[in-house]
Design a protein around this ligand. Structure first.
Ligand code: NI
Length: 167
């Protein structure tokens, strides 16, 4: 396993739409294992392959307190959305920023598990928010896109400044 570098907003590669996975190969299993390691290490509760510069439709999630319920969704597809809720979100690609986003309260999601089985789950609460956030990444969308242009530009300037200081 390996830790993967995470792209940071406003890196244009975060805008690349990810392609569906045709088959669960060793490459996909290795990618998922590396993504779990990277997510747990960060630490975070969700990570999309787009964020580690792999434009494939793979996300990993673990919202459990003890970090012992890893969930990998390949080719996730939101079939149905219900209700509305607002939650404060953060993102490993937008470090240090937490903002309230409105999303569906419940989602029905179809995906392939790592053993190639088509699975359908109903998610609500934090898991529903997390899956919607990660599927957005696969479509090149970030949670800051839901904020006002003014706010987004302020975040962009702040992150560009902090990245410049690291150099
Ligand atoms: Ni994110």
């Amino acid at each position: 396993m390996a830790l993967l570098p995470i792209l940071h907003f406003p890196d244009p590669r975060l805008r690349t739409p990810a392609a569906p996975v045709a088959e669960i190969t060793e490459q996909v299993r290795t990618l998922a294992a590396d993504m779990f390691e990277t997510m747990y290490h960060a630490p975070g509760i969700g990570l999309a392959a787009t964020q580690v510069n792999v434009p494939q439709r793979v996300i990993v999630v673990d919202i459990s307190r003890d970090k012992d319920q890893p969930l990998c969704l390949v080719n996730p597809e939101i079939l149905d959305k219900n209700g509305e809720e607002e939650m404060e979100e953060g993102c490993l690609s937008v470090p240090g920023v937490f903002e309230t986003v409105r999303r569906a309260e419940k989602v029905r999601v179809r995906y392939l598990s790592l053993d190639g089985r088509e699975t359908i789950i109903d998610a609500d609460g934090l898991l529903a928010v997390c899956i919607q956030h990660e599927v957005d990444h696969l479509d090149g969308r970030l949670f800051v896109d839901y904020l006002s242009t003014l706010k987004r530009n302020r975040i962009r300037r702040r992150l560009e400044k902090s990245q410049a200081e690291v150099l």
